[in-house]
Design a protein around this ligand. Structure first.
Ligand code: ADP
Ligand code: MG
Length: 242
């Protein structure tokens, strides 16, 4: 048995006095897609943010490929863990191509030409081959979010975290972003993702993890979850969404 790619082990997280993650254990295997669902405030974003050390944890450990992220240089962790948020946060005065090529040149020291060549490939992969010279302001929200995904992929991460990446988009733009993520899943990218799009979760997820009050209260293979969750909380949550 190989180690899981990402492993949470007894993770507690507090903001001041408030505990927002409670004894979280979760293992994500290589090539696995784990979908995290749960009510607002249940700790989904915090869970993801702890993986690349955007948040500190107060107890437990998170391992990436067997090694604690707490013992790993934070820049190395962030190279290996790609993250995309609800807000795209592209550099407004840089083109799509420059946005994608920037980190590989600055952080990885890739020659500009190589980084740009790769950025072109990545923009092609997210369906934006014709927008390489566009500035974010000239792109739709869906296009900007696809640039953000390409930018994360440019660091060649071993795992991708997606936190409600379509929540800020107009409904007609959601599909083009979800299609890109689904493509990544098909190619075998390991992913931990938070979404309220249950149709998408069902399509792309291997497992559903339900959080409530900082705890994982249900974890079920996707097909079984949509047949009928194991827990009362799972049933209640699903019935509100469908
Ligand atoms: P979710 O993503 O499931 O909506 P979050 O992980 O964002 O939940 O938040 C979990 C809890 O932590 C919430 O009660 C939220 O108010 C609190 N929280 C999140 N970020 C901070 C912060 N930076 N400072 C204080 N409390 C926070
Ligand atoms: Mg959140």
């Amino acid at each position: 048995m190989s180690d899981p790619l990402v492993a949470f082990d007894g993770v507690d997280k507090y903001f001041g006095e408030t505990q927002v993650l409670r004894d979280v254990d979760l293992a994500v295997d290589e090539r696995e897609v784990v979908v995290v669902i749960g009510p607002s405030g249940s700790g989904k974003s915090t869970l993801l943010r702890c993986v690349n050390r955007l948040e500190t944890i107060q107890a437990g450990d998170i391992r990436l490929d067997g090694r604690s992220v707490l013992d790993t240089d934070v820049n190395e962790v962030r190279q290996r863990v790609g993250m995309v948020f609800q807000s795209f946060n592209l550099f407004p005065h840089k083109t799509a191509l420059e946005n994608v090529a920037l980190a590989p040149t600055r952080v990885k020291g890739l020659p500009a030409e190589t980084a740009e060549e790769r950025a072109r490939d990545l923009l092609d992969r997210v369906g934006l081959a014709d927008q390489t010279s566009s500035y974010p302001g000239a792109l739709s929200g869906g296009q900007q979010q696809r640039v953000a995904i390409a930018r994360a992929l440019a660091m060649e991460p071993t795992v991708m975290l997606f936190d409600e990446v379509t929540s800020a988009l107009d409904p007609e733009l959601v599909g083009e972003v979800l299609d890109v993520i689904e493509g990544l899943a098909t190619e075998g990218m390991t992913m931990l993702l938070v979404t309220h799009e249950m149709g998408f979760a069902r399509e792309v997820g291997d497992r559903i993890v339900l959080m409530a009050d900082g705890r994982i209260v249900e974890r079920t293979p996707t097909a079984d979850f949509f047949e009928g969750p194991d827990t009362e909380r799972g049933r209640a949550f699903l019935s509100r969404l469908l």
